[in-house]
Structures are given as C-alpha cells and as structure tokens.
Design a protein around this ligand. Structure first.
Ligand code: ADP
Length: 538
C-alpha cells in the first residue's frame, strides 16, 4: 500500500470530515458574497421600482390627453375654409371627449377678423365666443399660430401644443393647416381641471398601484399630486411615518404638477438590509443544521470505528486468555493419562490447577454468553429469595484455590447484624461479585491483600471488594463500565482481559434497581461497591 493510501486509511474520518466541511465553507463564503451583492442591488431596485411606478402613472395620463386630443382636435381644414361650422360641430359631436371643459376653434381664414367659436354640445353647433372667462386666455394661447398664419409660415407636420399660462385654463391646441401647411386656424380644448383631479388621477393611480403592488400590498406607497400652489391636489392614502420617497413633475400636460410617491415601509437600504439579514440567518441556520449533521455522522462513525477496534481487541484478548489455561490443562491431563504423576501430592496439585483453570474458563464463557444475551436483549433474571451471606460465601469458596495458589489474603468482613433474605437472581449477583473479585486479583499488582464485605446500610445492602492494586484514574472511572473498555495504559496492559466483566456487573446491578460505585486512586487501589435496595427485592 502506498504511503498516501495508508495515510487515507488511518485518517479516513478526518479526510471525510474535511471533504464535507470544506465545500460547505466555500459554499457559505459564496453565499455571503452573493448576498452582499444582492443587498446593494436590492436597494437600487427598490428605488427603481418606485420610479417605474411613477413613470407608469405619467404614461397613462399622457396617453389619455394626447390620444383624446389628437382624435378630437384633428378638424379638417376644408370645414374651416368653407366656413362650414355645422360640420365642425358634428365633428366634435362624433369624437366626443372626456376631460375637456370646452372645445373651440380659432378661425384665421379671414385676415381682417380672427374669430373664436365655441362648441355647444346641447345644440350641436359652434357659437361665437362672447365674453367667456377663458376667451382671453385662448386668444393669448393661439397668438403664435395667428402670427404664423399672418406671415404664411408653413407648419409641417402640425403637432399638439400644451398651453399652461393660465393656471385655471390649461389648453391643448392643434393647428389646422391647409394643403400647403399654412395655418388656417387652431382647434383646441380647455382641460377640465376638476375631472383631472377627481376622476382621472384616482382612476389612473389606483390602477397603477394595483398593477405594481398587487403581490406585495404591504409595500404599497402613498401617492400625492401637488399643484403649482404647493397644495395637495390628490392623495391616495395617509401615512404617518414616511421613510423616503421620489417625486417628479408631470412631463406634458400639468407640467407644474408634481407626482410624489412615498413609502412608509422602509428605505430601499433598510429593506435590502432586512432581506439580507433574513437570508443570511436562513443560510446560517442551514449551515448549522448541515454542520450538526456532519458532526453527528462524524461522532457516530468515530464511535463505530472505536467499537470495531475494541471488538477486534476483544477477540485477540479472549483468544489469549483461552490459550494458556487450555494448553496447561492439556499438558497436565496428558501427564496424568500417561501415568507420569505418581506422587499423590503432585496429583492433587495438578488436579487443583486443572479445576481452577476450568472454573476460570467457565467464568469467561459465562461472561461472553451473558454479554451476547444482554446485547440481543434476551438476558432474563430469575428472581427468588436468597441468602446474601450464602451467595458471597459460595463465590469465595469457588475462588479459594485460585487465591491460595497466587498467594492472596482475602479478608472477609462479616456483616455485624442479621441480613434479611432478599429476592434477587442469586446466580447473576454471584457472577457480578465473582467479576469484581477476579478484577481485584488481576489488578492488584504486587499487593496480595483484598478485602471483601457485606453489610446493611439503611434500606440497602452493600457488597464491596477492595484491593490495594494499580487503581484507576478519575477520567477512566467513568468509562470502565462500557462494554469492551479496558484502561489503555500502564500496568493494566500486561493483564489479560475481555473488557466485558464490569459491563456485565453494571447490567446485573441496574436490572436489580441497584447501583455500582467505584472509589479508586491510581497506585493505591480500588473499592467497588454494589448497592441493592432491600425494599425492592424483598
Ligand atoms: P477486563 O476483562 O479487562 O478486566 P472489565 O470490564 O472487568 O474487563 O474491566 C474493565 C477495565 O477496568 C479493566 O480493563 C481495567 O483496566 C479496569 N479495572 C477493573 N477493575 C479494576 C481494579 N480492581 N483495579 C484497577 N483497574 C480495574
């Protein structure tokens, strides 16, 4: 295997983590970058949107007046030249128009006398203008055309002209020209101001607002029209706190009127910022969830890897633990079968050895079988009344030979008072005590003193096993009850074990609603105590 592949295999978790984390980081950076750009663009877009709305209103007003006046004011010059006022009146009648307070025709066909005719809708006729209030304004407004007519200036093509000199009588004029584009008259309309303010503006602004803000009604701005005297000619709504706005003069008719669009929601910058914050928070949340997921996966995989490592350690540990006693038993068995051991004492010694080792093997196999039952959830306990002293005495008896052989002094502290018979699974509790005693022997180091005891403490009974051995560090004390866990350093390394003993003790004690506690100091020994409630088990 190449060094690179070995590296990958050894650090597979970290490689996986980095492989998932780096793209996420890059994605977040890109996201942040584009959100910053979007914020700037949104601010501009917010303002541009209001301006667009403004243009939308202007276009419609322009279209209304230009379209109407082009249609109605295009009076054929022949009617004027022939002096056929009747036809002119019918022309106005047919092209009837809204928004005009008066339609008129200025006649320059007679150079000696300019005549002004007003259209009378009631009689469908053209009446000579008398002293109507707007007549003077009409004469003044048409004066440039009168000059052209006098001078014979040709006007090609004739165009609509707006006259706003008289604030009360805005006019739209359309010169009437003959075939040679000589001005022979002017057709015009006096704009109905009340119609503009009370009908046209509400209609146009209402419809444009609807068109632009139908999807976001909460962003709807206030729209005002301010007249040349700075008074409000029209107001769409009342808004207490205006944050910002745009304003512009009407482009054609009403060019002294201002359209003001104000938003109370927020400035485009504030609006863009709040969008930015919402988007960023969402991205942050998403990243946190993803990171959490990666972290969780990382933790699970690392746990699984550790467990699989522990399992393979377990297999090799168990094989080691099995090999030595099995080999010894075989050798001693062979000696006896071949009759090589004739000495009675030796025979007894070998026999004891075989018995001790077989007991240990049985204990190990019991632990493995129990563990497998616990893992599959098939472990059951048969609870029955038990004499606790008897259980402890039995365990001590089965281990006596082993203790004697290895030179251990077991100090048994008898309970000071009579203990009640309790309901427990005797075999399981015996196995738990056996595991604790076995550990005390294994981890005693050079010490040969172990004390064992049993006593009542309130409504509990306590079994304890205490050694003067290698001890366990505080950080390890929390982990030793986990399956397969073995303290990884120090003298413990030299001792064989499966890493199952304490996890089984823990399971048994918990199943009896009891508690297992450890007090230990590295180099000074350990004391394991099993607490069982009397109430629960009696
Ligand atoms: P093992 O088969 O390894 O003894 P256990 O589950 O019985 O497995 O114990 C788990 C670990 O706890 C042991 O490997 C050892 O490191 C530590 N341990 C258990 N009992 C003692 C003790 N009395 N003194 C010191 N360390 C102990």
């Amino acid at each position: 295997m190449t060094p690179f592949r070995t590296f990958l295999k050894r650090h597979v978790l970290w490689v996986g983590f980095i492989a998932a984390f780096l793209p996420l980081l890059a994605l977040m950076a890109l996201q942040y970058n584009s959100l910053v750009k979007l914020e700037a663009a949104s601010a501009l877009a917010g303002e541009a949107y209001l301006k667009n709305f403004l243009e939308g209103v202007f276009d419609r007003v322009l279209y209304f007046y230009r379209g109407n006046s082009e249609r109605v004011l295009s009076v054929p010059s022949s009617y004027l030249i022939q002096g056929n006022n009747h036809k002119i009146a019918w022309h106005f009648r047919k092209k009837e128009v809204e928004g005009a307070s008066r339609l008129f025709v200025m006649d320059y066909t007679d150079p000696g006398q300019d005549r002004l005719w007003y259209y009378d809708a009631a009689s469908i006729s053209m009446l000579p203008a008398n002293r109507q209030p707007e007549s003077r304004s009409v004469f003044v407004a048409c004066a440039p055309f009168q000059l052209m007519s006098r001078k014979g200036t040709s006007l090609e093509p004739p165009t609509l002209v707006v006259d706003e000199k008289d604030a009360d009588n805005y006019m739209i004029l359309y010169p009437i020209t003959d075939e040679d584009f000589q001005v022979v008259g002017v057709a015009g309309m006096v704009i109905n101001m009340a119609y503009f303010r009370t009908r046209l503006l509400p209609e146009v602004i209402g419809e444009t607002l609807d068109k632009y803000f139908r999807d976001d009604p909460e962003l709807k701005p206030v729209v005002k029209v301010i007249d040349p005297l700075d008074e409000v000619a029209y107001e769409s709504d009342w808004l207490p706190d205006v944050a910002y706005g745009v304003s512009r003069y009407f482009p054609w008719v009403f060019s002294h009127y201002r359209l003001v669009v104000q938003s109370g929601y927020a400035t485009p910058e504030q609006w863009a910022r709040s969008n930015f914050i919402v988007n960023l928070s969402l991205s942050g949340l998403l990243a946190a969830v993803l990171l959490g997921g990666i972290g969780l996966a990382f933790r699970t995989v690392s746990k699984e890897l550790k467990l699989s490592e522990m399992k393979s350690d377990f297999v090799s540990n168990v094989s080691h633990e099995l090999r030595t006693p099995v080999a010894s038993i075989r050798v001693f068995g062979e000696f006896m079968r071949l009759g090589r051991v004739t000495d009675g004492e030796k025979c007894e010694e070998y026999g004891e050895y075989i018995e001790t080792e077989s007991r240990r093997l049985t204990q190990l196999l019991n632990n493995i079988l129990d563990f497998s039952k616990i893992e599959s959830g098939a472990k059951t306990y048969s609870i029955e009344p038990c004499d606790l002293r008897g259980v402890l005495a039995e365990v001590l008896k089965t281990m006596e030979i082993q203790h004697r052989h290895s030179g251990f002094n077991i100090h048994y502290e008898e309970p000071a008072e009579d203990l009640p018979a309790v309901r427990i699974d005797c075999e399981a509790i015996a196995q738990a005590i056996h595991n604790l005693l076995d550990n005390a022997v294994k981890y005693s180091g050079d010490s040969r003193d172990i004390s064992v005891g049993l006593r009542r403490e309130g409504d509990q009974v306590v079994f304890w096993v205490e050694d003067q051995g290698v001890g366990i560090s505080r950080s390890e004390q929390k982990k030793i009850f986990e399956r397969f866990h073995r303290v990884p350093t120090g003298a413990v390394h030299n001792v064989k074990g499966s890493g199952l003993g304490l996890s089984i003790v823990h399971h048994v004690v918990t199943a009896h609603h009891g508690e297992i506690r450890v007090k230990s100091e590295p180099g000074r020994g350990s004391r394991f105590s099993i607490f069982l409630p009397i109430n629960e088990v009696t």
